[in-house]
Design a protein around this ligand. Structure first.
Ligand SMILES: Nc1nc2c(ncn2[C@@H]2O[C@H](COP(=O)(O)OP(=O)(O)OP(=O)(O)O)[C@@H](O)[C@H]2O)c(=O)[nH]1
Ligand SMILES: [Mg+2]
Length: 316
């Protein structure tokens, strides 16, 4: 651990440890420019009045004056309405692969010059759904166009004040209101250093809140396995409920038939009663088989084991 190490709730972390940041958002909102501001050099291609400049994920690294290594991954404008979901997913998965030591923060880049649209919110949501709810714990919103706000004498707080559209508010809340403002046009070195310092402060907060664990391929795989398992469990639970209802109905019918047959001929077990009896036995057997599958699945994923056992207890 380096000299900047500190302890929060017993967790030792080092502020000079390498960090990997991924820039996401719509084409033309300033991802590459922000990447250049972070790295301190014009390494990512950024073009005025042009969209779709960056066509694939790119990785750059820099050493900050405090020896901290920053890895910055720029992405194409994947949050555009036109981008096919499959392309978006493949490109982001490539991005997760590029981040060898995992992702410490995902920077959602939005421009103050563009209105936050419904499509953008939907894209953020599907990004979250695909990577798992946990991804929002890693997200920080970076607004570009700090110079535009300054020109209009407007602070970021004013901009996000009472007129802030509901869609944007929801997205900010999802990121727990971690927001920073960047002016990628400024030549003022003090201002450049200050906005980077603010960003790294938020990044360190995110790292602390995630117990120092970056978002990794493993976390992604774990989420995928769990959501598949969850789906399987829900299907089985539904099936068990239906089987249980069928069994109860069949048992009731047997009881009813028994009562009826007692009145008719108490010594003879009628054929229809025998059929009903066989029917109940069949349903019982199928029910027990499904309970076993349910137990296996819940044991495998250590999920809802109690629910499964409770169901079995009720019906076994
Ligand atoms: N005034 C101003 N312009 C900015 C700022 N940040 C980015 N821009 C401009 O916005 C335009 C698009 O910026 P890029 O960084 O290329 O945007 P991008 O998100 O990487 O775009 P794609 O690669 O096409 O997805 C360029 O003309 C930038 O100079 C900013 O803070 N202020
Ligand atoms: Mg770009």
């Amino acid at each position: 651990m380096g000299g900047c190490g500190t302890s929060i709730d017993g967790w030792e972390f080092d502020k000079t440890e390498a960090r990997t940041l991924v820039l996401i958002g719509c084409a033309g909102d300033g991802k590459s420019s922000t990447g250049n501001s972070i790295v301190g050099r014009n390494v990512f291609r950024s073009m005025p009045h042009s969209a779709g400049v960056t066509s694939t994920c790119e990785h750059q690294r820099t050493n900050l004056p405090n020896d901290q290594i920053l890895h910055v991954i720029d992405t194409p404008g994947l949050f555009d309405f036109s981008a096919a979901p499959e392309v978006v997913r493949t490109e982001f998965l490539r991005c997760v692969d590029l981040a060898e030591d995992g992702i410490h923060a995902v920077l959602l880049v939005l421009s103050v010059r563009n209105r936050f649209s419904k499509e953008q919110q939907a894209a953020v949501q599907s990004f979250q759904e695909f990577f798992g709810g946990k991804i929002s714990d890693y997200m920080i919103v970076v607004f570009t166009g700090g110079d535009d706000l300054e020109d209009h004498d407007v602070t970021l707080d004013d901009y996000l004040g009472s007129d802030c559209p509901e869609l944007l508010k929801e997205t900010l809340a999802m990121c727990e209101n971690r927001v920073v403002l960047f002016d990628n046009k400024t030549q003022n070195q003090i201002k450049r250093a200050e906005q980077l310092r603010e960003l790294l402060f938020e990044v360190n907060l995110v790292v602390e809140e995630n117990d120092g664990k970056p978002y990794t391929n493993n976390l992604f795989k774990k989420f995928k396995v769990e959501s598949k398992l969850e789906e399987k469990m829900q299907r089985l639970e539904k099936q068990l409920k239906m089987d249980r209802a069928a069994r109860v109905a069949a048992e009731q019918k047997v009881k009813k038939d028994q009562k009826k047959s007692k009145h008719e001929n108490p010594l003879k077990r009628p054929e229809c009663l025998e059929n009903d009896y066989q029917n109940v036995q069949g349903i019982k057997l199928s029910f027990h088989n499904k309970v076993q599958v349910f137990r296996d699945v819940s044991g495998e994923g250590r999920m809802r084991g109690e629910a499964g056992l409770r169901l079995c207890g009720q019906n076994g």
